[in-house]
Design a protein around this ligand. Structure first.
Ligand code: HEM
Length: 90
């Protein structure tokens, strides 16, 4: 079955802004991605990409370039599933 996915809550996501030594994470369609490794390669530049850091970037991404296949591009940077606070114990 493989390794279970990490379950990421809104409060965990909020800290992953790409600042203070932390990687930048975002959410596209319920999946959480580490976008820091892709940062230098983004054709739209780093500041644009960082607009979705630490939050759900689904809408923003779809507004700008819905034709871009992020699933393939970020496959190796998929770190988990975005879940509600109440879905995680503790
Ligand atoms: C361009 C990928 C997130 C803004 C592009 C292009 C790719 C890409 C492949 C070139 C598209 C083309 O020419 O057809 C990605 C990936 C993202 C991401 C993989 C997520 C990790 C974002 C976000 C924003 C953004 C969140 C804005 C908030 C732009 C802009 C361009 C662009 C403005 C146009 C650059 C230009 O042609 O001058 N992106 N993008 N991208 N992206 Fe992203």
């Amino acid at each position: 079955p493989g390794t279970p996915y990490l379950r990421v809550t809104p409060s965990m996501l909020k800290k992953q802004t790409g600042r203070k030594g932390k990687d930048a994470w975002t959410v596209f369609n319920g999946r959480v991605y580490n976008i820091s490794p892709y940062m230098p390669y983004h054709p739209g530049g780093e500041p644009e990409l960082l607009r979705c850091a630490g939050r759900d970037g689904t809408k923003l991404f779809a507004e700008i370039h819905p034709w871009v296949n992020y699933e393939t591009m970020l496959a190796s940077s998929m770190i988990g599933l975005f879940v509600e606070e109440s879905e995680v114990a503790g």
